[in-house]
Design a binder for this molecule. Structure first.
Ligand SMILES: [Zn+2]
Length: 233
């Protein structure tokens, strides 16, 4: 009820088109969601992730399974929404994307053997600067839908890498080598199949490096789930 009252007093606007939202809508209006142009079916996004990782890092780095909602574009409504999620403090938008990603995993029947969801961690300094981890927000939304625990803190980021944007593949790879490590606390260990979550996959350098740390932390298999993936031309 309080939420309804707050909505009446302070109507929220869509983060992309700035139009006032109807009661019950969160962060995005239905018109913008349609304009995000998702992959045509529940498998196409995962296939794009696997193609990208394979082409940059070889078959050995390919995850046990993969899911993605959207092909990434460097401009347009999806780009604006992802930018707002990462830099605009829009934590709840991450949960919304996470819930949709969770539904995609459920629809493909792939969640059965997953034991935990792990968001790609930020370096502690960046986490303070940004106040939240956008991947953690996405993982939280997925956990709601899938009924799985979020194992935040299974791995940690040891290097404060700057933005990867604009770097070549070789530079990205060098930047990310050894960027993650398992947390020293034994209680944070993971096992079985783990679902690693991030906002955007560009070359896969971040996810491949984080997956290798997760295996050191006890995971037998690592699957990837990302909101959007850059497709190779
Ligand atoms: Zn809108």
């Amino acid at each position: 009820m309080l939420e309804g009252l707050a909505h009446l007093l302070f109507p929220e606007v869509c983060v992309v088109c700035r139009k006032p939202l109807e009661s019950g809508e969160r962060q995005l209006c239905p018109a913008c969601l349609v304009r995000f142009a998702p992959f045509p079916d529940s498998l196409a996004g995962g296939q794009a992730v696997i193609r990208s990782v394979n082409s940059h890092f070889g078959l050995g780095a390919v995850p046990s399974a993969a899911w993605s909602l959207y092909p990434y574009r460097s401009e347009g409504p999806l780009h604006d929404a992802l930018h707002a999620l990462k830099y605009g403090g829009l934590f709840p938008l991450g949960r919304l994307f996470g819930r949709r990603l969770g539904e995609l995993v459920l629809a493909s029947g792939g969640a059965g053997s997953v034991e935990a969801i792990v968001p790609v961690p930020l370096h502690p300094l960046k986490r303070i600067e940004r106040t939240y981890n956008q991947s953690g927000a996405i993982a939280g939304g997925m956990a709601e839908v899938l009924g799985l625990p979020v194992a935040e803190g299974a791995i940690e980021r040891r290097v404060h890498t700057g933005s990867q944007t604009g770097l070549s593949l070789v530079e990205r790879r060098r930047n990310m080598e050894g960027a993650f490590r398992p947390t020293s606390r034994a209680s944070r260990r993971v096992s079985g199949r783990v679902l690693l979550v991030d906002d955007v996959l560009t070359t896969g350098a971040t996810l491949v490096a984080a997956a290798s740390a997760l295996k050191e932390a006890g995971a037998e298999q690592v699957a990837f789930a990302v909101v959007a993936v850059t497709e190779k031309e």
